[in-house]
Design a protein. Structure first.
Length: 271
């Protein structure tokens, strides 16, 4: 796995430091991949909500400054709850940003912030709006971009069912470019009696495009990836056993000591 960081961990630092500078600090602590998250990109983004756009010239500077680092672009996009126009300006700008930062494997992670009341247990539970993902997947594939999805309120098994359904609606090539960003801790928070790591273990390897590590202690967010409510070492071992070699993002909370917490997270997973 490629251990990395995400820019929303740096909310406390962003008012006084540039994203480019903060990436350098993460690199010093051992990060090899950075997830560039919308709303936490400082000089590398403009606008907000539907008017959000990546700042391409600033992103180019970041990529040029860190040629040995890999990147993906992440954004809030209601792909599960609304029909999104694949030719729309916002989606096309996101694809362009993902291609700029993604090198040989451009990757756009989308998270739908909508809270669903219950888990999807059958294909009949999937809302019609979510099937519009097929058009987005095809457009992204035509431009060589993979898409991973996340929704903090849906369990991994429900999201996997959606991927299987959408894959059946598009070409095999396009379908392989659609997958998930599993975050077992999110599931544990919403469904504390579930076993998200078993659901992670059930995922086909080609469905896992990127993963998030984070931790809870007694249901509360913890400052680093360490011992707690989720067995993060078991999560690591499941991914290793599958042969997963992609980005593993430490989605730790913003803190004045966030870079030390990032380093300790890497050290814990290497223990």
């Amino acid at each position: 796995m490629i251990y990395g960081a995400i820019t929303n961990s740096w909310r406390e630092q962003l008012p006084s430091q540039s994203v480019k500078e903060l990436i350098g600090l993460a690199a010093q602590k051992g990060a090899k991949h950075i997830e560039l998250r919308q709303t936490c990109l400082g000089e590398c983004e403009v606008g907000s909500g539907p008017d959000w756009r990546p700042n391409m010239s600033q992103l180019q500077q970041v990529v040029d400054t860190y040629p040995d680092m890999t990147f993906d672009l992440a954004m809030a996009l209601p792909v599960l709850s609304q029909k999104i126009d694949p030719q729309g300006e916002m989606f096309q700008a996101a694809l362009a940003g993902a291609k700029l930062v993604g090198g040989s494997q451009p990757h756009l992670r989308v998270v739908d912030p909508v809270s669903f009341d219950t888990a999807w247990n059958s294909s009949n539970d999937i809302p019609e709006e979510a099937l519009g993902l097929a058009e987005l997947t095809t457009e992204a594939a035509n431009q060589g971009v993979i898409i991973s999805m996340e929704n903090s309120q849906l369990p991994i098994r429900s999201m996997a069912m959606l991927v299987e359904k959408v894959r059946s609606m598009v070409t095999e090539t396009a379908g392989k470019g659609l997958g998930l960003c599993p975050d077992p801790t999110n599931q544990l928070r919403r469904y504390p009696e579930s076993d998200p790591l078993s659901e992670l273990d059930d995922l086909p390897l080609d469905m896992i495009k990127i993963v998030h590590f984070k931790q809870l202690r007694r249901g509360e967010t913890y400052s680093s990836v360490d011992e707690g409510d989720l067995d993060c070492l078991r999560m690591r071992d499941i991914l290793d056993a599958k042969g997963y070699s992609g980005p593993a993002i430490m989605e730790i909370p913003s803190d004045t000591e966030v870079f030390d917490n990032l380093e300790s997270s890497f050290q814990y997973l290497d223990s």
